[in-house]
Design a binder for this molecule. Sequence first.
Ligand code: CIZ
Ligand code: SF4
Length: 319
Amino acid sequence: ADEKRRLEDEIKAELKARNAVLVAHYYTDADIQRLAEETGGCVADSLEMARFGNQHPASTVVVAGVKFMGETAKILNPEKTVLMPTLEATCSLDVGCPADEFSAFCDAHPDRTVVVYANTSAAVKARADWVVTSSCAQSIVEHLDAQGEKILWAPDKHLGRYIERTTGADMLLWDGSCIVHEEFKARGVDDLKALYPDAAILVHPESPEAVVDMADVVGSTSQLIHAVQTLPNERFVVATDNGIFYKMQQLAPNKTLIEAPTAGNGATCRSCAHCPWMAMNGLENLLHVLRTGDQEIRVDEALREDALRPLRRMLDFTA
Ligand code: CIZ
Ligand code: SF4
């Protein structure tokens, strides 16, 4: 505990000395989220992280999350230094959508408007017409569908399928998935529902369709947090990365939160629904990058300009 305290104090001092701000995702470990809050940074989803980093006057933005979030910060803030605790923190959606294969897929379907999820590399974004996050994907696809556009969607097939069903848009889906959300099991959720009939089921749409179908609320991280604060239920079954419990419990201390099962028999698995890449953000590597300037995000300028266009569209649309 003393050691942790020492690390935290040193990180706080380094953030000040460097004119740096810490921006953390809801899925990072509680220590990191707490530190972001205590130092005037923010804890947010990827859309809010992008906005916050963009508006904050600090000259260095430290992004605790996964690589695409750091890249997005750099694309929006080329004049700022963007550091991450580790550049090794990636995402199965990003890894599962290599830019060359994706580009060939787009070439094969030139009649479609290309919409990509924020969880992609700068090179994939550069090929897109629109970038979306799970909090704005539905309204952006609705907007495009209303204009009669056919959509090519990448990379998450579960989120794509959900949006296709809710909007009725014509969507061609890339075959990608999140290794965390993909593991939630409908059978397990069903068992919990029998045990706690009064509980509201909250599901992130990166989860399999059968789990999404059982939800009382389907939504992005910020929408699920809002649901815990506003629904009258005392108990919630939550199907998303368990890093989110820190913020949910902080904002709704009297509610009981239960992790959705990643096994079919209703057993909960304490460490299953936690992204291994988000978990790579720790106090020690955070302090190290603040001291050394190591693990800096760099994006090629021509690529940056191409990736900025669809990102700007999203930010302007949601402004
Ligand atoms: O699963 C992720 O990486 C999410 C939900 C990102 C986001 O949009 O905040
Ligand atoms: Fe990617 Fe899933 Fe981890 Fe989010 S939780 S960063 S989508 S692997």
